[in-house]
Write a protein that binds this ligand. Structure first.
Ligand SMILES: Nc1ncnc2c1ncn2[C@@H]1O[C@H](COP(=O)(O)OP(=O)(O)OP(=O)(O)O)[C@@H](O)[C@H]1O
Length: 591
């Protein structure tokens, strides 16, 4: 997929709506017991509702007409009792159904989250995080009404329609036909609206997603925004994106607004026809006053569920696009998967070999071509070279975050595609430049490297990378809260915490994308010592920017022109007076 930004709508694949619906409802099967209970409760409510007009008919035709006061009171008491029970059932139904729909939402969201976490870097490379958030939060939320109403509305209202229709036909079939005369026109009208509205609701969801992507990006980069006083520009962009959301909503809901008038007109016409016909029948004695009154109540009882059903249909049309977007992601297969024969990688000794490796991110632009190198266990290898040369790409390939297009990468002689990714990555420590910290305490952040580590192990790891000293001086020591940006900590301190997090995991293979940010000399010294401790006794690849790291490395690989141009120790490469020598002389001589 080409890179998508907040400026472009995501494309949505086309699937049959009925498939999406069935797939959604399948999640509810697990809760069939609760759903049956809800339906049972609704049956009571429908039964009481259906009996009410009959009680009215008997009261008018038999009791009031004959002056039977005790009989009338009896019917009144019965009606009170029945309706009281019905109210309790309604309350219980709402509680149970909201529990079921929330559980289903949780399940879908969890599935989506777990699935997205397994997707390869490729998926995240091309999508703004805000758009992913929009699917996990917004689109999942949009399903709530569909789920609830599929039980509360769809089945009971369909049942009501059928029951009331039966009663009406039994009471007087001619009046019944008159009441429903407009139904076929209504169905045709709705189908027509749905076809046109669906696309528009898809657009609405896409515009929402764009807004979410922009907002996320803007707040994530708020320091840059404020640093360049770009607030006005970003506010304008936000305004434009909001306007697009609003316009797409209005365009879509304009069509949906047609639903109500269509139902009301059909209802009204049906009622008029019943009265016109019914009054004539009164004269001929074919119907009684009580029956006509009861019949008008049944008309309302027939059309009200139709109204609810059309409302449900309206919600389906509105929110189905959300379900489509969720299933689209759930159906994405991770680019990288363990092969059926994949085995656990035994404890890594640390031999790494690239043999004839070709790689391209997009299948067009070659980033690496015929790369060969061999690293012995315990060696520290510094990757240096101009920006964009492919250093980070090489270390990403070692962790199998992407697959090579050609050639083989071996660890301890095993092709990394033949071992499980979990067993490979579990034994690797990967430190990226941004030293991302999660919101929580310093201790929790260090423990991230080994979730069951004790407090002693956390402190030991921090001591090993020389982070213990400064952590103790923080206001709450190891309990000090940091957030995702590491606010409250200096760049160097963030690095030291990240070192401790890696240290505690005791990785057999270390990948370190060294941060370029300059830090004060005393922290720099601590960071250097921290790095040295991390590198001890394990194979390490360092995308190196520090002269000290480079000089101490056993080997330096100079990367450029899609390949390793020079390979040797600092001394050897300096003696060779090649590309590394030039880079060193131009960049490092003043350091
Ligand atoms: N996710 C990606 N999708 C597409 N192209 C990418 C991606 N990541 C990197 N590239 C491209 O691959 C090439 C190598 O990038 P890489 O990040 O490996 O370089 P580098 O040597 O680590 O650079 P630097 O020193 O600036 O970090 C660059 O041309 C870059 O534009």
């Amino acid at each position: 997929m080409p890179i998508n930004t907040f400026k472009e709508d995501e494309s949505t694949r086309q699937v049959l709506k009925i498939h999406t619906l069935l797939r959604l409802f399948a999640y509810m099967l697990k809760y069939r017991k609760e759903i049956l209970q809800v339906l049972g409760l609704m049956l009571v409510v429908i039964a009481v509702g259906t009996v009410n007009p009959l009680l009215l008919k008997v009261s008018i035709d038999d009791k009031i007409a004959k002056g039977d006061v005790p009989g009338l009171l009896g019917i009144l008491l019965l009606a009170l009792l029945l309706n009281g029970i019905s109210m309790l059932c309604v309350r219980e139904r709402i509680l149970r159904m909201s529990r079921v729909s929330n559980l289903v939402l949780m399940e879908i969201r969890q599935e989506l989250y777990v699935h997205i976490q397994r997707l390869s870097f490729n998926f995240f490379d091309n999508r703004p995080v805000g758009k992913i958030l929009s699917r996990v939060i917004g689109d999942v939320n949009s399903l709530k009404d569909i789920l609830t109403n599929s039980v509360v509305t769809l089945l009971p209202d369909l049942a009501t329609v059928v029951v009331v229709l039966g009663v009406m036909l039994a009471l007087n079939y001619r009046l019944a036909v008159a009441a429903l005369a407009m139904l076929p026109f209504l169905v045709l009208g709705m189908a027509n609206v749905e076809i046109r509205a669906h696309k528009k609701w898809q657009t609405f969801r896409q515009k929402n997603s764009n807004l979410s992507a922009f907002t996320h990006e803007d707040f994530s980069g708020i320091r840059v925004v404020q640093g360049y006083t770009a607030e006005e520009k970003t506010s304008r962009t936000f305004g434009v994106l909001q306007q697009e959301v609003k316009d797409s909503f209005i365009a879509a809901s304009r069509l949906n607004d047609l639903f109500w008038p269509m139902v009301e007109i059909s209802w009204g016409v049906g009622t008029i026809l019943v009265f016109v016909l019914g009054v004539g029948m009164l004269d001929s004695g074919e119907v009684t006053v009580g029956l006509l009154v009861a019949f008008t109540t049944y008309i309302a009882m027939f059309w009200q569920p139709i109204m609810n059903l059309s409302n449900f249909y309206n919600q389906l049309v509105t929110n189905l696009a959300g379900a489509e977007r969720i299933f689209e992601i759930l159906d994405l297969k991770p680019d990288l998967q363990d092969g059926p024969e994949a085995e656990e990688l035994p404890e890594i000794r640390g031999e790494v070999e690239f043999e004839g490796v070709d790689f391209s991110y997009d299948g067009r632009e070659q980033v690496l071509e015929e790369v060969h190198f061999h690293v012995r266990p315990g060696e520290t290898v510094a990757l240096v070279g101009p920006t964009g040369a492919g250093k980070t790409t090489i270390v990403n390939l070692i962790g199998r975050f992407y697959d090579v297009d050609k050639g083989t990468i071996r660890i301890d002689g095993r092709d990394i595609r033949t071992v499980t990714m979990e067993s490979l990555r579990r034994q690797m420590g990967i430190m990226t430049q941004d030293n991302f910290l999660f919101s929580g305490t310093v201790e929790e952040n260090i423990r991230y490297g080994k979730l069951d580590a004790t407090r002693e192990e956390v402190e030991e790891a921090a001591k090993a990378v020389h982070a213990h000293g400064f952590i103790q001086e923080l206001p709450q020591g190891y309990g000090t809260l940091v957030n995702e940006r590491g606010t409250g900590l200096s760049g160097g301190q963030r690095q030291l915490i990240a070192f401790a997090r890696t240290m505690i995991a005791r990785p057999r293979l270390l990948v370190l994308d060294e941060a370029t940010s300059s830090i004060d000399t005393s922290t720099e010294r601590m960071v250097q010592e921290g790095i040295a401790r991390l590198l001890e006794g394990r194979t390490a690849f360092v995308v190196a920017h520090r002269l000290s790291t480079i000089q101490k490395a056993h080997r330096i690989l100079f990367v450029d022109g899609k390949n390793i141009l020079e390979d040797g120790s600092h001394r050897e490469l300096m003696d060779r007076q090649g590309r590394y020598y030039d880079l060193y002389m131009s960049q490092f001589k003043w350091m």
